[in-house]
Design a binder for this molecule. Structure first.
Ligand code: ADP
Length: 244
């Protein structure tokens, strides 16, 4: 695994050293997946979305997919040991040499603690956690009606982020589907699970002074600009403003 740290300077004036380990943290429906797509292109690092990894296993009918399906269908978290096994395997792939953008992981304090150890053993660490804040009452609306590309995982919303053509993915032309767990009842359950089990992860990272709070309301471009500013702002050190 190359341990080179070099500087990336991009047109928007954002400077970061590589390898870079970022986490997009926020409730379901906060737009993490949408922003993740852009950030991975920008920095040339892969997105590791545990939700997408699980859905691929389910679609391929693997033994692991069969094990995790019931948790996803209920809106519950997959047990930590299974989740960590999937992430560990993913981090062994060579494309993670420049770093990783985590999306939907870590989702429990135990996962965060274990990820710290995994990164440490690779001579790395979590560099930055971006907390995308969206008021709880907006979340169910955002999730209801959401359409997902079953191939690449990109999400759309008929009003908030419509695809260019009503029924297919802009990226690969695959017909869009509504995720079973985006139905209002399961969506509410997922928000409850987030508040109870996932929000404490933020305190774990606040202790490490790597969290930036970003307003996740407004349109996709506005949120993207705020995220880039937050990433750039961390060059000089910690800028935590605890608001949770
Ligand atoms: P969202 O962020 O919109 O809730 P995801 O695609 O990240 O959706 O996750 C969908 C489901 O996959 C979760 O409700 C949960 O069942 C499972 N899952 C994803 N990531 C994790 C994780 N880190 N730990 C446990 N379960 C997970």
């Amino acid at each position: 695994m190359p341990s080179v740290r070099h500087v990336v300077v991009k047109e928007a004036g954002v400077t970061r050293t590589l390898p870079l380990h970022l986490t997009l943290f926020g409730p379901p429906g906060s737009g993490k997946g949408t922003q993740a797509g852009f950030l991975t292109q920008f920095f040339g690092i892969p997105q590791v979305s545990t939700g997408d990894l699980f859905r691929t296993e389910i679609n391929e009918g693997t033994p692991l997919g069969k094990k995790v399906k019931e948790y996803l269908d209920r809106g519950d978290l997959v047990p930590d040991d299974i989740t960590l096994q999937v992430v560990r395997r993913r981090l062994e792939e060579p494309d993670t040499a420049r770093g990783v953008l985590f999306d939907g992981f870590p989702r429990t304090v135990a996962q965060a603690a274990e990820l710290d150890k995994m990164l440490q053993s690779m001579g790395r660490r979590m560099d930055h956690v971006i907390f995308v804040q969206v008021p709880t009452e907006m979340l169910v609306n955002r999730m209801a009606g959401r359409l997902t590309c079953p191939k690449c995982g990109r999400t759309y919303h008929p009003q908030l982020a419509p695809p260019k053509n009503d029924t297919v993915c802009d990226v690969d032309g695959t017909p869009l589907v509504m995720r079973e767990d985006d139905r209002p009842e399961t969506a509410r359950k997922r928000i409850g699970v987030y508040l109870e089990q996932t929000l404490p992860v933020l305190a774990h990272y606040r202790q490490q002074h790597v969290v930036s709070d970003v307003d996740g309301t407004g349109n996709i471009d506005e949120v993207r600009t705020r995220i880039l500013r937050a990433i750039d702002g961390r060059r000089g050190g910690a800028h935590d403003q605890p608001q949770d």
